[in-house]
Design a protein around this ligand. Structure first.
Ligand code: GUN
Ligand code: FE
Length: 426
C-alpha cells in the first residue's frame, strides 16, 4: 500500500478538549493516509515500514483554518482603523474589485497559496470573490499546494459598490452554477466548492432562495458570516424583517446547517434563540479572535458554546485578521477569553491552552470529517515542529515547549515537515 510510514518524536494531540496528551519518543503510524495511532513500540504488522526519525521534535496534528478570505491577504495588516461596515466599504470592496482581472488574481493568489502552504494549516475553508474565473484560479493553486480546502465564489447582489455587486440574483446564481460545474469538471482531488453568500446584508431573499436550491442540487456545504457587529445586526433586522433573528435569514432558505454542513464566522452576539438553532442544526462556529479585536467587533462567548456542545473551531479571517498563523489564533483565543471572563462574565472560565489547541485541531477539523487528532482512523495530517530555532536557557518538558512554540508563533519558521492525508507537502 502507498503512503505507509512512521514518524518518531514527541507526539502531542487533544482527543478531548480538556486533556492535551503527549507521548515522548513514540511512534505515529500512517497507513494509506490514515492514522493508526500512537505506540511506544512499533506493533508487529508495521515492523517493516520506513521510520522518519524526528526524535526530540514535537509532532502535532495539522490544523484547520475554518474561515479566511484569500483575496484579502493582499492588504493584510493595513486599514485597521474601522469597524466592519466602514472597513468593508473603504478597504475590502475596493481590493476585491481588482479580482475581475485574472492576471491580478493569479499574482495575488500565488502569494497567498505560497504562504498557507508553509503555514500550520492542513485544511482551510476559504472565501474568494464574486468572480468565478478568478476563484477557479484560486482553486487550481490550492489543489497544487496539497492542502485540503473548500473554496467559495462569493455571492452579493446588494449593498456593495457597482463594480462588486452582481447584476441580479439570477446572474449570481448562473455564475455560481458555472463555478461549481467547472470545479467538478477539473476533477480536483482535494479542492471542493462551498456555497458562499457573503452575509445577509449583501444577498437578497431571491438570491438566498437560488443558493438554497443550488446547495441542495449539488449537496454542498455553506459558509457565511453571522452576528459579528452591532451595526451589521441592525442592518439585517431592517433588510430581513421576516427573520426571527440573524441566523434565521439563512435558515429560511436551507443555508443554515441541518441537511448540509454549514460554518458561520464570528457568532459574537448570537442570542438564546440563535444559539439554540446553531446547536440544533449542527452549525459550526468559526471563532476569529484576531479579526474580532481588529474591527472592534467584540468577543464571542466560546465557553458557552463549548458547554452547550456546539461545534466550534478557529479562523484567521484574513484580512480583518492580521495573521495567517494558526498558532497565533490559538493564543489570541485564549487571551480574549481571559478578557471576556474578567470584564463580561465571571462564570465563563477562560480557555486553557489544551482547549484552544483542540479548537484549532479536532474542533475545526471535524468540518472535514475525522481530522485533527492522532486517534486511530483519523486522516494523517501532521506537522513536525523544530522549536530549537528559538534558543532556551534551560531544558523544558514537551508541554512547556509546545506552549512556548505557540505563544512565540514558531509556526512561522519552525515547521520542518507537513503531511496532509499522509502526503508530504514539504
Ligand atoms: N462580513 C461580510 N464580509 C466580511 C468580510 O470580508 N470580513 C469580515 N470579517 N466580516 C464580513
Ligand atoms: Fe470573514
Amino acid at each position: 500500500m502507498d503512503n505507509c510510514f512512521i514518524l518518531k518524536g514527541n507526539i502531542c494531540h487533544t482527543p478531548q478538549a480538556d486533556s492535551l496528551t503527549i507521548k515522548e519518543n513514540a511512534y505515529l503510524i500512517c497507513e494509506g493516509g490514515v492514522c493508526r495511532g500512537i505506540f511506544d513500540v512499533i506493533p508487529e504488522p508495521y515492523k517493516n515500514l520506513e521510520v522518519i526519525d524526528c526524535t526530540g521534535k514535537l509532532i502535532i496534528p495539522g490544523m484547520t483554518d475554518l474561515h479566511t478570505h484569500a483575496p484579502q491577504y493582499a492588504f493584510c495588516g493595513t486599514g485597521m482603523d474601522y469597524e466592519l461596515m466602514e472597513w468593508l466599504n473603504r478597504i475590502t470592496f475596493p481590493e476585491e474589485m481588482l479580482y475581475a482581472d485574472e492576471e491580478y488574481a493569479l499574482r495575488a493568489y500565488e502569494i497567498f497559496a505560497g504562504k498557507v502552504k508553509r503555514s500550520a494549516a492542513s485544511r482551510i475553508v476559504l472565501f474568494g470573490t464574486i468572480h468565478p474565473n478568478s476563484t477557479l484560479i484560486l482553486m487550481d493553486l490550492m489543489e497544487q499546494s496539497g492542502l485540503v480546502t473548500y473554496v467559495g465564489k462569493v455571492n452579493m447582489d446588494r449593498n456593495a459598490p457597482p463594480g462588486l455587486t452582481e447584476e441580479s440574483a439570477s446572474r449570481s446564481a448562473a455564475d455560481t452554477r458555472f463555478f461549481i460545474e467547472e470545479a467538478i469538471r477539473r476533477g480536483y482531488q482535494r479542492t471542493r466548492p462551498v456555497i458562499t453568500p457573503r452575509f445577509a446584508v449583501s444577498c437578497t431573499d431571491e438570491l438566498m432562495k437560488e443558493l438554497g436550491k443550488i446547495r441542495k442540487e449539488f449537496d454542498l456545504p455553506v459558509q457565511s458570516h453571522l452576528s459579528e457587529n452591532p451595526g451589521e445586526i441592525d442592518l439585517v433586522r431592517q433588510l430581513v424583517p421576516e427573520a426571527h433573528f440573524y441566523g434565521d435569514a439563512y435558515d429560511r432558505f436551507g443555508l443554515f446547517g441541518g441537511e448540509g454542513n454549514t460554518v458561520m464566522a464570528h457568532c459574537i452576539y448570537s442570542g438564546p434563540e440563535e444559539t439554540e438553532r446553531i446547536k440544533s442544526n449542527g452549525v459550526w462556529v468559526a471563532h476569529c479572535p484576531s479579526s474580532n479585536m481588529n474591527l472592534s467587533s467584540g468577543i464571542a462567548p466560546v465557553r458557552r458554546y463549548l458547554e452547550k456542545g456546539i461545534r466550534i473551531g478557529l479562523g484567521t479571517d484574513i484580512g480583518a485578521g492580521t495573521s495567517e498563523s494558526l498558532f497565533r489564533a490559538v493564543t489570541d483565543a485564549i487571551q480574549v477569553s481571559k478578557l471576556y471572563w474578567r470584564y463580561i462574565d465571571q462564570k465563563a472560565k477562560p480557555l486553557s491552552f489544551s482547549e484552544s489547541f483542540y479548537l484549532a485541531t479536532k474542533g475545526g477539523g471535524s468540518f472535514f470529517g475525522k481530522v485533527g487528532s492522532f486517534e486511530e482512523g483519523y486522516s494523517f495530517d501532521a506537522l513536525v515542529l523544530d522549536d530549537s530555532i528559538e534558543p532556551a536557557a534551560h531544558s523544558m518538558g514537551s508541554k512547556d515547549r509546545l506552549e512556548r512554540a505557540f505563544y512565540q508563533e514558531l509556526d512561522r519558521n519552525g515547521i520542518v515537515m507537513k503531511f496532509v492525508d499522509g502526503r508530504q507537502i514539504f
